[in-house]
Ligand binder design. Sequence first.
Ligand code: NAD
Ligand code: IPM
Ligand code: MN
Length: 360
Amino acid sequence: MNYNIAVIPGDGIGPEIITEAMKVLDQVGRKFGHTFTYTEVLMGGVSIDTTGEPLTKEALETAKASDSVLLGAVGGNVGHSNWYSLPPHLRPEAGLLAIRKGLGLFCNLRPAVLFEQLKQACPLKDEIIGDGFDFVVVRELTGGVYFGERKTTVENGIRKAVDTMPYDENEVKRIARWAFEVASKRKRRVCSVDKANVLDTSRLWRQVVKEVAMEYPEVTLTDMLVDNCAMQIVKDPTQFDVILTENMFGDILSDEASMVTGSIGMLASASLGESKLGLYEPSHGSAPDIAGKNIANPIATILSAAMMLRYSFDLTKEADSIENAVKEVLNLGLRTADIMSEGCTLIGTREMGDSIVGQI
Ligand code: NAD
Ligand code: IPM
Ligand code: MN
């Protein structure tokens, strides 16, 4: 079978990690008898430089017409790039927000799994890690402060800026249902994270999540305030199964979650909506500090490609083959710099991709 994938390499390390993910997909295609046809789509800084916009209408249409979207990362070095002298809606990240919204991808899954082989790279003590942890952040992706009205003004000579954080009950309901569905196939625990001691949106969130929980009597719901959650992820990550949270809290908590797995270079993500068309990208950014040096870890992108096979194409054994190959390569002691530890062999981005291909 042929699958049409819109590929967005993006900026910084984006093209380097995307190349490795495509190599891996091609190997899966050879092994299992599928073809993956790629259409390159411009987004982010590279699109601004070429078209003047972070995501053109045509680019969005190409993404919509594909079976799935695979993304590297967008953005530059804030403060050192002329992309950031543009108004906010014309900066690289605006392209990312526009494609998420344009494709209706309200659910972002970010699985934080500590691979057995990476215990040494995990900054937490052995007694905290125990037998390891495996939780998933279910992040609301098309609402909240990212999409609320905003304004920057000067009033009486004083510079002022306002962001707003709107949520309605339907937005909360659909992401909550997703989290409960995910939990019902896992350890059946949802921890809903909010700031209900301060924010009205969080009080609405907490109430609606509680109502949705009634539909899932087999799943246990707990609530946690976001500041406490940030602390608990470091104190005892093994306590979590599904963390359900709104857009910005999920952004911040998932970077934190990635680090306890060893590196942000390990955290994959899937952005999903009502249809099978999803967007798959690593949780990290364009890492301008290491771009072009063949040192970025491509595993988060490669594992995101595996999520694409699983969620958009229902290719379970193909997805498993990628995940197993990653484990095998880690078993062999091969490491990019971000997950390097004593006794292991340091390799680059390309070599990591080749090694994973080799294992498939
Ligand atoms: P970042 O995630 O790009 O980098 C943070 C740190 O992690 C850096 O030290 C970087 O070198 C390291 N890192 C990131 N990915 C890595 C990898 N695969 N292997 C090894 N090390 C890795 O975050 P930032 O520096 O805050 O942001 C840079 C740009 O990326 C900004 O413009 C930001 O808006 C953008 N960004 C884009 C996305 C996306 O496209 N999905 C996500 C996050 C940030
Ligand atoms: C992410 C990124 C984006 C976000 C930025 C680049 C808009 O940090 O995907 O985690 O905040 O969603
Ligand atoms: Mn982020």
